[in-house]
Ligand binder design. Sequence first.
Ligand code: SF4
Length: 519
Amino acid sequence: MSTGHERAADGGAMLHPELRAQRDEAARAPDGRRLDHAEGTSKPLRTAAEPQPRGATVHGSRPVDQAEAAARFIAAPEHEKMHDERLWDLRQKRDREMHGIAEWEELRALASAIKEHTLTHLDEYLEQFEANAGAHGVHVHWAKDAAEHNRIVHGILGDHGAKTLIKSKSMLTEECGFRAYMASVGIEVVETDLGERIQQLDNEDPSHVVVPAVHKLRTDVAAVFARTIGTDPANSDVHYLAESQRQATRPLILAADAGMTGCNFAVAETGSVVVCTNEGNADLSANLPNLHIASIGIEKIIPRLDDLAVFVRLLSRSALGSPITQYTSHFRGPRRGSEMHFVLVDNGRSDRLGLEKFWTSLKCIRCGACMNTCPVYRRSGGLSYGATYSGPIGLIIDPTFNARKYSKLPFASTLNGSCTNVCPVKINIHEQIYAWRRELVKQHEMPLAKRAAMKAAGELLSRPAAYRAAIAAADAALAHLPRFVIYNGVNAWGRHREVPHPPKQTFHSWYRENRGGAQ
Ligand code: SF4
């Protein structure tokens, strides 16, 4: 049976106009190859521009209201439809790649085992990495938290009199609030990844770990570029927009005093850092200036180069459904006349390693597959989570930073388990989400109304006779209540859905009648 999404993937009329590249002749490369939807059709959107919904409002440590921000995203139908379809398309591409590799499940098991082994011997591998990197002339620094990371990088830049820094995308630097810190000390940071640069110019966080501006329509990008680099606001042609950004950014890249990258994998036996990109921007950041700084989360260590092959095969296939990233760059030591610094960052990772139920979240390789498949994420956008990490992986990482602030996030899940099924390193994501719910109740971080409702439900469900009586009463009421009682602004169950008509007979009474069972 064909689902709506499958029809959409075939290029049918259900696709959002931004994704309708398959039958669009303008979306073909000169050699006839169809451009991927990420490159998109070059024709401007014909639909009216819809204002871009903004993400969750964050107030200190007050609990982030993901549902409120999600409701605003859903209320913007162009954005919601495009976002849902674009990410589901990535999920389908991931599935096609997965089916092309007979040993996929063995690879996942191996990747999981390598990560678990490394995490349980992390001290040894970190020391091995430090020694090998140092032997190649790399300066290795240790940062216990985000503030220390920022201070260390500032110090390195200060030692070189650097005032401008180009950097490639790094979720760790997002976690450290790095750009804001650099702005406060007068250092200009230029993001070199296109999606991340769009987000920087729009003063927004990335909404996805791999595709940071995936929640934006092309018209949104056109508006951002018109405001910041002076492009034509009416022109949302992707080639025009990308070329304009290239022209605006290239002189900044060429003139930068220092370059910075993140790290996908840090190989202990070689002391090298591996960065995977599709735009080659990490190579620009690392190789153009004479100073290269790499920020590395301590969980990014893998023991050997042979292990890297396992992860490289899984990463891009899981992330974008492509066999490999365009650039898999290895950085091992400084070029003659230049300097290289590695900053190893803990920022709560050691504490997480000690959490019995949650330590395996450190296996994450930030592929984003769990986000692409999650029905809640796809329909609410990454910025609704109000945190560095969104989607299913965010639900289990964010509360480790601040349980109160992110106490509502573990409830933004259907617990359908799809995230666990696609995770290339076999993290039991949905089980950890459920474990967080229990943990938050224990820590008294559940809202009073929800606690009371759950307590009442628990009482009812533990008394079969009372439960059956309540169901019968609810069925009778549903059949006769006027519509406004169910469909109103107060009752969340009546929003965006028609409550089904109650059956004439409950399953329980049917079973007793037809099977004679006592239960
Ligand atoms: S939890 Fe798994 S699926 Fe999600 S981003 Fe991390 S590695 Fe990818």
